[in-house]
Design a protein around this ligand. Structure first.
Ligand code: G1P
Length: 289
């Protein structure tokens, strides 16, 4: 089972980050010096993915412009001797083979993934949600692919969250297979605390068999009146093997303001150009708080 393709759904309206996201796609907001979506694509590439489909909508063309060449800018940078900037600008455009499809109607995550059917064909593929940036020694998608390959199964990335937090996610019913890997037998989207199967929530990373497309095609709207990926996965896990990988790494939800700021601070602290300065700045600030 070789996973070569990934799908990044990025067709949401960004309503949790307004007004900033009224005209700038939330995936294009800068996380220190790169847009959020670049971190997601870099994770996919570091996990062995070659072809990436981004599911977009009519307000997101800044994304395809970003991953394109920009000859006028590149010539100007070359003439000005700005070699470092030139390399970074080019690197973004050369990261992977990136394809785009529009969702056309905002009908939910399951519907967005279904739009990838033609691109994926009958191969297993990875899904990386556009809001969730992971910081991990081994790229999280690679951790999932390793589990999926070992068990010949679909895989969802999970971590334990508090009972108060599970209502924001999907909860999975699991039984242990080995350290950090579980068999999945059921799941539900945005459960109330009394409905949750466990404190393990699916957090933005999946490796799926292409059987999911036929399931999604026939799915009725679920939570919030939307076609939910979780409802499709529920059916998939009942038909075929599915594992949950309790991945190692830190997840940031950059689709809300607090998560976005946490990620910005952590990434800026790690960054060569900003880290030492930011550390001093925070220490000074802390004295005044
Ligand atoms: C989506 C999924 C949900 C998952 C969550 C975090 O929810 O529908 O199952 O747990 O992402 O990855 P959303 O954040 O779009 O409400």
């Amino acid at each position: 089972m070789k996973v070569r393709k990934a799908v990044i759904p990025a067709a949401g309206l960004g309503t949790r980050m307004l007004p900033a996201t009224k005209t700038v796609p939330k995936e294009m907001l800068p996380m220190v010096d790169k847009p959020v979506i670049q971190y997601i694509i870099e994770e996919a590439v570091a996990s062995g993915i070659e072809d990436i489909l981004i599911v977009t909508n009519r307000a997101k063309s800044a994304m395809d412009d970003y991953f394109d060449y920009y000859p006028e800018l590149e010539t100007r940078l070359l003439q000005a001797g700005k070699e470092k900037e030139l390399i970074e600008v080019r690197r973004a455009a050369d990261l992977a083979n990136i394809f785009y499809v529009r969702q056309k109607q905002t009908k939910g995550l399951g519907h967005a993934i279904w739009r990838a059917k033609r691109f994926v064909g009958d191969e297993p593929f990875a899904v990386l949600l556009g809001d969730d940036i992971m910081r991990a020694e081994v790229p999280v998608t690679r951790q999932l692919i390793a589990g999926a390959e070992k068990y010949g199964a679909s895989a969802v990335g999970v971590q334990r969250v508090s009972t108060e937090a599970i209502v924001k996610y999907s909860s999975v019913k699991i039984s242990p297979l080995e350290e950090r890997i579980y068999a999945v037998s059921d799941m539900n989207e945005k459960p109330r605390p009394e409905e949750m199967f466990s404190n393990y929530a699916i957090l933005g990373r999946y490796v799926l068999k292409s059987d999911i497309f036929d399931i999604l095609e026939n799915l009725r709207p679920g939570y919030g009146g939307e076609i939910q990926l979780t409802d499709g996965l529920r059916e998939l896990c009942m038909r075929d093997k599915m594992i949950a990988v309790d991945f190692e790494g830190r997840r940031y939800d950059t689709g809300n303001l607090n998560g976005f700021l946490e990620a910005t601070i952590d990434f800026a602290l790690d960054h060569k150009a900003t880290g030492p300065w930011l550390r001093r700045f925070i220490k000074e600030k802390a004295k005044q708080l």
